[in-house]
Write a protein of this length. Sequence first.
Length: 208
Amino acid sequence: MKALLLIDIQNGFCPGGNLPVPEGDKIIPIVNRLIEDGGYDLIVASQDWHPENHGSFASRHPGKKPFEMGELSGQPQMMWPDHCVQETADAEFHPDLNTDAIDFIQQKGENPAIDSYSAFRDNDQAAVTGLANYLRAQQVTELDLCGLATDYCVKFSALDALEMLPDVKVRFIKDASRGIDPKGVKQAIAEMEAKGVGIISSRDILRA
Ligand code: VGL
Ligand code: ZN
């Protein structure tokens, strides 16, 4: 079983959203082509899904500004603008994404006391989402990931996939992803590659 995992392709991470990733919307035509012609058996999407009082929001930390480091539950935490609040337009998938094709949606980041960059588990790795079990139950053997943002949620999801699904071949689709910080993106790709994630482009899939 070949699965495509779409990370956080939500309004909040696209231009006009609350935590816009530069060119975040540019990936959508590529992602839709992958969904339609990529030969996948299963399409899965994650959704950053925060309560309005989420502890990663700078607004919950008096004196802190977005993109400064702060603390959450005693651990270093990037302070984010309020984003992807449950039931708001910011948390919805981008309207151009072919959501009809999605077989399973994994929401994450619901616990206000901990952030969850990965679609598989919280940042402290204590609580898991249902995603690894779902992919195991579907007997997925190949998992390709893409989406937003490369240097946060995509990277952590890819590394958790390697660790939690050791028999699954994991690949990152570079041109179907965008990141927040160019330096962070370079480091993220180097780290994914060093740990065993295949780095590919949509062309490698669409011409296969
Ligand atoms: C993300 C920062 C905060 C992401 C989510 O989807 O990469 N980044 N929440
Ligand atoms: Zn978030």
